[in-house]
Design a protein around this ligand. Structure first.
Ligand SMILES: [Zn+2]
Length: 297
């Protein structure tokens, strides 16, 4: 009798379809330059996976994957809906040493590593000589706190759609990522944005749908940044607009792609009227041109 029961149990186990869906870990790019970012996707999971690059963990956000979710038939669609796709847009900080790194994804008992190759951005070094008391103005604690915390915003909802617009119609002047050495010292910083040589009062547009995280005025302590707007695009992507003469939005406003949000100026530390536009992922500045030239889904 016992043996028969055992056999019956074994048969019933064998007949039950066992779910054995393995997570699928994909990197959209495996060779990239300093200051760029890569998409890490984990498909076929029921819970939020975790992902690390260069010892830093990046929060993953759920994304809908139309290819995976296409309803083949009702039963398969219900089955497919049980599985989710998560993504992180992982920044490669512009001063990251060129070389090979591994990206690790993990969920419960599963883990997988993929190698990425980081190359020099090839933009060279700008040697700057500062004489004595040149930097008379320094950033206030207030602006550093507001800018620093705003740029680290990680919102669950993705607000942008399609490619970004340039926030200014003016000629692009200083590019992103040029490294800086002061008084012959080692490279210690770089240009964290893209500049536009806009004339005084020329319009500044929201390059994509967003929510205004914060604004700051020169007269209220934004000594270096000048009049500033900080936007949240969701999924840890934020952007900054500096040195404005006029701000036309308020904290918490929702802005749409192409909407005028302010005007070019030369407030804060600025040698003449221009717009400084920065894009950030998890608080790390990344090449803004990528969002204009490539569609980041
Ligand atoms: Zn700039």
């Amino acid at each position: 009798m016992k043996r028969l029961l055992f056999v019956v149990i074994m048969v019933s186990f064998a007949c039950t379809p066992v779910e054995s869906v393995t997570p699928d870990f994909v990197l959209k790019k495996t060779t990239l330059k300093q200051g760029e970012f890569f998409q890490a996707l984990v498909r076929n999971v029921k819970d939020q996976p975790r992902v690390w690059f260069n010892t830093q963990e990046y929060k993953m956000f759920r994304v809908d994957d139309p290819e995976q979710w296409l309803p083949v038939d009702a039963a398969k669609r219900i089955e497919a809906l049980k599985y989710k796709t998560y993504r992180a847009l992982i920044p490669v900080e512009n001063l990251t040493r060129a070389g090979t790194y591994s990206v690790l994804a993990r969920l419960d008992g599963w883990e997988e590593r993929i190698q990425v190759k980081i190359e020099d951005n090839g933009k060279g070094v700008s040697h700057i000589t500062l004489s004595g008391d040149k930097s008379g103005i320094s950033a206030t604690a207030k602006e550093l706190n507001i800018v620093g915390s705003s740029l680290k915003t990680q919102s669950y909802r993705k607000l942008w759609e399609g490619k970004f617009l340039y926030p200014s119609e003016a000629t692009r002047s200083s590019p992103f990522g040029v490294k800086r050495s002061y008084n012959g010292g080692p490279v210690s910083s770089y240009h964290k944005g893209l500049d536009f040589a806009g004339s005084m009062g020329s319009p500044v547009y929201a390059p994509a749908n967003a929510k205004v995280i914060a604004t700051g005025k020169e007269v209220e302590g934004f000594a270096v940044h000048g009049n500033t707007i900080l936007l949240d695009h969701g999924h840890a992507l934020t952007s900054i607009y500096m040195h404005l003469s006029k701000i036309e939005v308020a904290d918490g406003d929702t802005v749409t792609k192409g909407q005028k949000i302010g005007e070019v100026g030369h407030t804060g530390i600025s040698t003449g009227p221009h717009l400084h536009w920065g894009t950030y992922l998890y608080g790390v500045s990344v090449e803004p041109e990528v969002f204009v030239t490539e569609e980041v889904l």
